[in-house]
Design a protein. Sequence first.
Length: 393
Amino acid sequence: MLQGRKILLIVSGSVAAFKALMLVRLLRAEGATVRAVLTAGGARFVTKESLAAITGEAVQDDLWAAEAEIGHIRLARWADAVVVAPASANRLAQMAHGLAEDLAGCILLATRAPVLVAPAMNPAMWAHPATRANIATLAARDVHFIGPEDGPMAEPESGPGRLSEPEAIAYAIRTLLASGPLSGRHALVTSGPTHEPIDPVRYIANRSSGKQGHAIAAALAALGARVTLVSGPVALPDPPGVTVRRVETAREMLAACEAALPADIAIFAAAVADWRVAREAGQKLKKQPGAEAPTLDMALNPDILATISRHASRPALVVGFAAETEKVVEHARDKLARKGCDWIVANDVSGDVMGGAENAVHLVTGSGVEDWPRMPKEEVAARLAARIAEHVA
């Protein structure tokens, strides 16, 4: 719950701004006090009067009117958290470049409170290199992200750029302000498969659904950690309150992990492809009548777990996963020694584990093996997160 918490909501220009009203209602129902700052772009979609009615507070929209009482400093210091929802592409660019052209910009520069951003924009704008660079800059400054989601837009298009639902944003705010045992810690988690292209339409992959990795990211966030989730291609929603970096290949995953450092904790739950095609075909490989199947020359992918375990910015606790079909504990012990990590979570994936809802794992450490019973993946994640919190305390 958010009883007694003070939330400063910045509403920027997006057709999704109407969801800000529903978000305020949810936050107030949990006991939070909400004050709103409406940007000029936001005022194109919702009114000052509607926000004032929902928040029960005066809405600020003018830097110069507020300056008589040093408004931006007062508001920046008042808040327990600053939430930008929706955050337009323009607002992200202003934040990344430290522009203080309006009240919202001044508050974002002056605040010492955690900042949560909920982007909303056209998919092409979200994918643009300038936006990606701005997001990377903000993430490096410890700005937190929720969404955007993949779905239909206001225009007849669909894709990533849709504002997260108010319930998800509220959950992310609760997580951001959680005072759990991992508060102040940064956790890096990988999840899902990687896709290694053969040609423009085919790739090498595995059956990983990402359910276990995503559950671990959510469990760590619930204990107060700031979580960066590096995810391969999955059909799962982003865990609330978690910063997500989406990748396709093993090389992209390693680069995203290194960019996320430093971290206190790193958990490598992704099922990374061991090999890739040495030379990806530029065009679709065609089946020729009477011809033999093509031979694919393979190359080793980078070993992400071993690389981070020996990295100059190595996290204090590095946890790997071992997906095995035989001699599970024996292979996990060998992997622990070879990779240089601290723990291995080993499981037998010969059944429906990779795509299923449950898992039975063995936690292999330098001091022994813990055999955990079969349970839902969310419970595995919660138990592992609690074990991590106990270890790093």
